[in-house]
Design a protein around this ligand. Structure first.
Ligand SMILES: NC(=O)c1ccc[n+]([C@@H]2O[C@H](COP(=O)([O-])OP(=O)(O)OC[C@H]3O[C@@H](n4cnc5c(N)ncnc54)[C@H](OP(=O)(O)O)[C@@H]3O)[C@@H](O)[C@H]2O)c1
Length: 263
């Protein structure tokens, strides 16, 4: 059975990917940290989409031993993969002075180390016959350095850069895409943060289902990187000629006013 492996499957954006792909009848392999949430999601998918193949297994992507248990389970059920959708991520946003060691380790590992580890695992369990797809969820926050969101921004930039390099290595054997969405109203704290940004937040925000559909289209077309949403694309183009020092001042002024803490 050739599955689509979705990390962060129970989260706001992850569950939108799950719904879109389940609607297409694609066999799904779901993961997240909480086995009960995964089991409930799998059950509701089987009830809603009869005949849908759904497999799940919990994994803390920050923990190497947990990842090894996950890979062993995959091999135990002879899972093969057609596609990886790496959605898991931690969007902690605050001044770096206010980070604890635990938060910085978690954010760095789930946003980057977990992604490259899952990509390697899927590579080893797929045909790499030109149809295999690797889709990673980056962020527009990875386009420029982001004061008060500096670590998140750096991990998303690293993810984008890794995917771009890997794409060349796998040319003709797999498609590799890193999408860069703007704001997505998922968790309540994210919704509050979007609301606090006023008109800017409204213009930049796209519903999770739209982001999922556009992202899947981007990897299907084998795009290297796609900024998701008209406003976000326009911002990317219009801000490009502005000197970085000015951009930094603007970003610092804007982002020092809000905080969010993903876990
Ligand atoms: N929301 C936005 O405005 C926005 C904008 C741009 C990019 N993004 C990116 O979109 C992705 C999804 O964000 P979201 O808004 O849907 O957030 P979310 O609802 O908090 O989902 C995050 C997911 O990541 C998983 N996760 C976190 N730490 C993990 C760990 N250590 N091991 C395994 N899974 C872990 C969580 O799984 P469990 O809790 O189930 O274990 C959860 O399903 C993230 O990569 C984020 O950076 C979001």
């Amino acid at each position: 059975m050739n599955y689509t492996l979705i990390t962060g499957a129970c989260g706001g954006l992850g569950s939108a990917f799950v719904t879109v792909l389940a609607g297409r009848g694609e066999p799904l392999f779901l993961t997240g940290r909480d086995e009960n949430k995964l089991s409930r999601l799998a059950e509701s998918l089987r009830a809603q989409f009869s005949g849908l193949a759904v497999e799940y297994f919990p994994c803390d992507l920050c923990d190497e031993r947990s990842r090894r248990r996950f890979f062993a389970y995959c091999d135990g059920v002879n899972a093969r993969f057609l596609r990886l959708v790496y959605v898991a991520g931690a969007d902690v946003q605050k001044g770096f002075e206010r980070y604890t060691e635990e938060k910085l380790v978690m954010q760095t590992r789930v946003n980057f180390e977990g992604a490259v580890s899952m990509i390697r695992a899927v590579m080893a369990r797929s045909d790499l016959d030109g149809k295999t797809e690797f889709l990673c969820v980056g962020s527009v926050s990875g386009i420029y350095p982001m004061p008060y969101f500096a670590l998140y921004s750096a991990t998303k930039r690293a993810l984008w850069q890794f995917c771009a390099g890997l794409r060349e290595e796998l040319k003709g054997r797999a498609k590799v895409t890193c999408v860069q969405p703007g704001a997505i109203p998922t968790r309540e704290d994210v919704k509050r943060s979007i609301a606090a940004q006023g008109l800017w937040g409204k213009l930049a925000a796209l519903p999770p289902e739209k982001v999922a559909a556009k992202s899947l289209k981007a990897v299907e077309k084998n795009r290297r990187s796609v900024v998701v949403g008209f406003w976000n694309k326009a911002m990317r183009i219009f801000t490009a000629p502005i000197p970085l020092s000015l951009k930094m001042k603007f970003i610092a002024a804007k982002w020092s006013k809000t905080e969010k803490d993903a876990f």
